[in-house]
Ligand binder design. Structure first.
Ligand code: G1P
Length: 291
């Protein structure tokens, strides 16, 4: 098993966004705006803060706008320059990726998360990597991906970021089982994708950040369909547990599930109220709804 540095992240962006239709009919769900920027911008910032140097986006049909978002918008930049709007122009330019820092690979059929991650195998190669599910915007003092990489540096193997949810919601997620619980980082004994109601081994869900070893790709290649008739990442991770260690990390931060209407609303409110320039105005605008 390799103990190399985590440099690359796979970000699956091929999903349809059915939970927020019709909002995602022509806009990729990953580009829905939270406060003043697309969901994906938060995720890329989080990964950068963890030292990720290369981003592999697994895209699909009708997701071309994602590539455009991470490129120059020449006419807009020229117009902003002509109007002297230098502050916002500088910010747009500052947030652009460096040349060669992003790859885009196409998942041609919606066969599941496991298949999406497998599509990135050649770009990842033989090194550990992060998987970041962009629906889950994670607001944390120390970037959630960094917390996962720090845990990996400590114990090696594979790391799954988890968080507790009410027991009646576990059937919507991947759920982990722990060998024992002592602090936030615990060795896992199992995991299951979308357990039937009442059968989950715990209330700790797989919340969308993973550090995985490249041996997962061979398992994904031969994998059969699982929950929802999709090739599930969880099922291959479970098989990899036979030969490699898996630790669950209960991260320190707040998760917003932006693939969901209420999650998107929570993210807008929560992040606006934390934004130093907006928080007072946001609070004043929201208060009347609660009086
Ligand atoms: C995926 C994963 C699941 C995880 C969830 C987090 O499910 O398969 O293990 O708990 O993301 O959002 P999906 O949301 O694609 O059904």
């Amino acid at each position: 098993m390799s103990k190399k540095r985590v440099r690359k992240a796979v970000i699956p962006v091929a999903g349809l966004g059915t939970r927020v239709l019709p909002g995602t009919k022509v806009i990729p769900k990953e580009l829905l705006v939270v406060v003043d920027r697309p969901i994906l911008a938060y995720v890329v910032e989080e990964a950068r803060a963890a030292g990720i140097e290369h981003f592999v986006f697994v895209t699909g049909r009708a997701k071309g706008a994602i590539e455009d978002y991470f490129d120059h918008q020449v006419e807009l930049e020229a117009q902003l320059a002509a109007k002297g709007k230098t502050a916002i122009l500088d910010q747009l330019l500052k947030e652009l990726p460096k040349a060669g820092e992003m790859s885009f690979v196409r998942q041609m059929q919606p066969l599941g998360l496991g298949h999406a991650v497998w599509c990135a195998r050649d770009i990842i190669g033989d090194e550990p990597f992060a998987v970041i599910l962009p629906d889950m915007v994670m607001d944390a003092e120390v970037s959630a991906t960094k917390q996962a990489i720090d845990a990996y540096d400590q114990v090696g193997g594979n790391i799954i970021v988890v968080e507790p949810v009410p027991h009646d919601q576990t059937h919507q997620y991947g759920v982990v089982a722990l060998e024992g619980q002592d602090g936030r980082l615990n060795r896992m004994s199992g995991m299951v994708e979308k357990p039937a109601k009442g059968t989950a081994p715990s209330n700790l869900i797989v919340s969308g950040r993973y550090i995985l070893q490249p041996e997962i790709f061979a398992l994904l290649a031969s994998q059969e369909k699982g929950a929802g008739n999709e090739i599930q990442l969880t099922d291959s991770m479970f098989r990899l547990m036979e030969t490699q260690s898996f630790h669950a990390l209960e991260y320190d931060g707040v998760t917003y599930d932006c693939g969901d209407k209420i999650g998107l609303l929570r993210a807008n409110v929560g992040l606006a109220l934390k934004n130093p320039e907006l928080k007072d105005a946001a609070r004043a605008a929201l208060l009347p709804f609660f009086q």
